[in-house]
Design a protein around this ligand. Structure first.
Ligand code: GBH
Length: 459
């Protein structure tokens, strides 16, 4: 009998994109080398009490100095794509203006190394490491920051557009806006609702401006944005809880999906926000919504979990409470393991927004891994997580979602933002004392799965 928790490697289309993902600040280290300027994360990490154990990205996985062996590591997994991000403060240290050749050279070597190994580079322009100088000038709540990102995008597309054809503008604008300027858990650690909605609008504008740079400079580019999305379910069938789930969806999902797909901001949310909305703040100018809603080639989705919510009058501006689901499994981050929600989410996106293509640009889990005496890493829970989510991805394809690829988060254990090095997401274990890399059991499983999925296909 078919085990629905086991993905069928032969059920994915030929030429499906199979990858692993990372981001610059989380892996590179070399934070003060070759002309890189500080980012808001360097500053945040240096602020006592912000990051667990006072950890920072000064060294991280030392990827900057281990490029060639890390390229071999990526190749050893058998992926056909690698998603990474470019550090803006490395490439344009002053935030705008003169590019730094040493910074560009690193990414040029990374791209060449991938292509030499038959691996398609997927480049994310912005994964949260804003140059500190731009934060000093006001950061994402200021419109100028979006314009600066557009200029930075022109620099990167100019330098790498001859070889990089897959572009992601912004990683998770929701997190950058609401964890950076709303709940203060991420850099720069502000806590102001109006500011966070201003940041949100300018991150979307930055997406649109980056898209223009990509279209202008990269012939044949495939370009899109990556959103963190989580399907929202009502705790009960009551109309109150159903309305609460719609509000949760409005904030977490539609707030980004609607404008990116050219519909402008969802009116129910604009009304709910009142004075905090970008409209009421006077931030939505002239052609902003056309810029933001320009056609993309794909939607990238980072999917980790779902939310289950109840109506809770008086709780936050959404009047919603997130519930822990009795009997469900949770990962080390206390995120519910909810693979069925991946299928639901993809089918809903296809139905409601009809994207030309859908990619899972991140999916993964953190667990306390056990390293055995012989150095092997046992992470059976992570393996199960990947199996369940890849099976759910298969079901989405069967159901008609235009799935074109999947990236596991992450290639290797790395700097997990406010959690420092305490939470591990890698399919490769990193010993942060020695920088030794060891493929975990989940990594071996993924490698073997990819080998079967790509059997008989030309490299
Ligand atoms: C991703 O974000 C990041 O892109 C990546 O850099 C990071 O390493 C990876 O996940 C693992 O954390 O509990 O209601 O506040 C994850 C996006 C957004 C998912 C916040 C969990 C919690 C919502 N996350 N969300 S809530």
């Amino acid at each position: 009998t078919a085990n629905t928790n086991q993905p069928n490697p032969h059920s994915f289309p030929p030429r499906f994109t199979w990858g692993v993902a990372t981001s610059s600040y989380q892996i590179e280290g070399a934070a003060h080398e070759d002309g890189r300027s500080p980012s808001i994360w360097d500053t945040f990490c240096a602020t006592p009490g912000k990051v667990l154990n006072g950890d920072n990205g000064d060294v991280a996985c030392d990827h900057y100095h281990r490029l060639d062996s890390d390229l071999d590591l990526i190749a050893s997994v058998g992926v056909n794509a690698y998603r990474f991000s470019v550090a803006w403060p490395r490439v344009v240290p002053e935030g705008r203006g003169t590019p730094n050749p040493a910074g560009l050279d690193f990414y040029s070597r990374l791209v060449d190394g991938l292509l030499a190994r038959g691996i398609t580079p997927w480049l994310t322009l912005y994964h949260w490491d804003l140059p500190q100088v731009l934060q000093d000038a006001g950061g994402w709540p200021k419109r100028d920051t979006a314009l600066a990102l557009g200029d930075y995008a022109a620099v990167v597309t100019d330098a790498l557009g001859d070889r990089v054809k897959h572009w992601i503008t912004i990683n998770e604008p929701w997190v950058a806006a609401f964890m950076g300027y709303g709940n203060g858990v991420h850099a720069p650690g502000h806590t102001d609702l109006a500011e966070s909605f201003a940041a949100s609008h300018h991150l979307l504008l930055a997406h649109g401006l980056a898209l223009q740079a990509i279209r202008a400079n990269v012939p044949g580019a495939k370009a899109g944005i990556t959103l963190n999305l989580a399907a929202a379910y009502p705790a009960t069938g009551s109309p109150e809880d159903q309305a609460a789930a719609w509000r949760q969806d409005g904030f977490a999902n539609r707030w980004y999906l609607d404008p990116v797909f050219g519909r402008g901001y969802p009116q129910d949310m604009v009304e709910r926000l009142g004075a905090a909305s970008p409209q009421a703040q006077g931030l939505v100018r002239g052609s902003d919504l056309e810029t933001i809603g320009a056609p993309t080639d794909f939607l990238g989705v980072n999917m980790y979990s779902r939310s289950v919510v109840a109506d809770a009058p008086g709780e936050g501006f959404l009047d919603v409470r997130q519930l822990r689901v009795e009997g469900s499994e949770y990962t080390g981050f206390d995120w519910e393991v909810a693979p069925q929600s991946l299928t639901d989410l993809m089918l809903r996106l296809q139905r409601d927004y009809n994207p030309p293509a859908l990619y899972i640009t991140e999916n993964g889990a953190t667990y306390p891994d056990t390293v055995a005496e012989d150095g092997t890493v046992h992470d059976e829970e992570r393996t199960r997580y990947f199996q369940q989510h890849l099976a759910a991805l298969g079901a989405a394809i069967t159901g008609g979602a235009k799935m074109a690829g999947y990236f596991a988060w992450s290639l290797m254990d790395n700097f997990e933002w406010a959690e420092g090095y305490d939470k591990r997401f890698g399919i490769v274990h990193v010993d942060f004392e020695t920088q030794a890399r060891t493929l975990k059991a989940s990594g071996r499983w993924y490698r073997d799965f990819l080998a079967r999925a790509q059997e008989g296909q030309p490299a």
